[in-house]
Write a protein that binds this ligand. Sequence first.
Ligand code: HEC
Ligand code: HEC
Length: 336
Amino acid sequence: MIKKLLISLLVIIVVVIGSMATYVQMSWDKKYDWPAPSLAVSTDSAVIAKGKYLVNGPSHCVSCHVGSIPELVEVDQGKVLPLKGGLGLPLGPLGVIRSRNLTPDKETGIGRYTDAELFRMMRHGIRPDGVASMPVLMPFFNMADEDLVAIVSYLRSLEPVKNNVPENDWTFMGKVVRTFSTTFRPIEKPTPPPSAPAMAPTIERGEYLAKYLANCVGCHTQRDMMTYEAIGPEFAGGMEFEPWPELHNYLKADPELWLRTPNITFDPGGSMAKFKTPQDFIDRFRMGRTISFSPMDWGSFSRMSDEDLTAIYMFLQSLPPVKKDIGEIAFKPKKD
Ligand code: HEC
Ligand code: HEC
């Protein structure tokens, strides 16, 4: 009797696991046929120049869309390299996601895609082939129309480079997470402002940059590491970054050193306390990185205009200071 019961139980377990696995295999690369925002690219030189500024500066597309770690380091230091893609970003047990070729090559780059497919990627996090991307990597959904147009117009103006980037590698666990976690859902209802605040030292421009163009809020907020939902006050820091073995190795940095983001509200205990004036803040950004392996896009941000850096300073200063002691910036987790 007991034996029969155990056998039926085992059969049920095998069937449940089997159907789950089948469900995951069928759903992890589900396609979305959502419409794209109706925007049109431009060949106007002022529009293209704005796109160039955003891609190489505040919106730091160049940090990821290069081919390798040595290239990532060179671009951070100011070298201009083709955005040919291929850099593999390790996602731990989930697999590896690869940045893609953003040059207009017709076989391997964005020359394959319509403008609509590119705008939809930026606004909704849906890849040109319809598969949901990983929106936290490119959180630019609330860029105003004119900035999206500027960026795509600039990409269309680049020299085509042939570089066939292989597909991402998802482990089975990666496919399970892709199937069930909101981190891999497209953004259904983005809320971009009707127009981009003009580049000028205003709180409004600073907020737009810090939240929607430069993603300061993405890293300088404590987050749940599975869902990336905020679990602490915005801009008060505390998000932790594991070492990226290949990068640490290339830079000969301590492979066990983690980093966490400082509090960038104007609390006396936070990082902003040392910048007494907007000029101090600008000077810090012009200097670039001090920690070689920091995930912060220091190179790109060092290319932001004085107006934009001042605007960010003013916006951060306008926030209520948050008391949050985040501890050492560089640390080694305690072994248990
Ligand atoms: C943190 C790294 C990162 C940054 C920053 C970044 N991207 Fe990406 N991008 C990726 C990755 C990774 C993919 C592949 C996504 C996938 O396969 O789901 C991608 C895919 C794309 C695609 C789809 C191309 C294709 O062939 O499928 C476009 C278009 C794109 N990015 C444009 C941009 C632009 C424009 C910017 C700057 C405004 C930018 N990206 C910034 C990492 C990044
Ligand atoms: C990809 C994650 C990431 C993004 C995006 C990011 N930061 Fe950081 N930031 C960090 C980390 C990690 C540190 C600590 C290590 C370091 O100093 O580089 C840091 C450090 C800082 C510091 C302290 C620097 C010092 O010398 O003490 C300031 C100020 C700062 N960030 C402001 C910003 C602003 C403003 C933005 C948006 C324009 C931004 N960060 C975007 C991750 C990020």
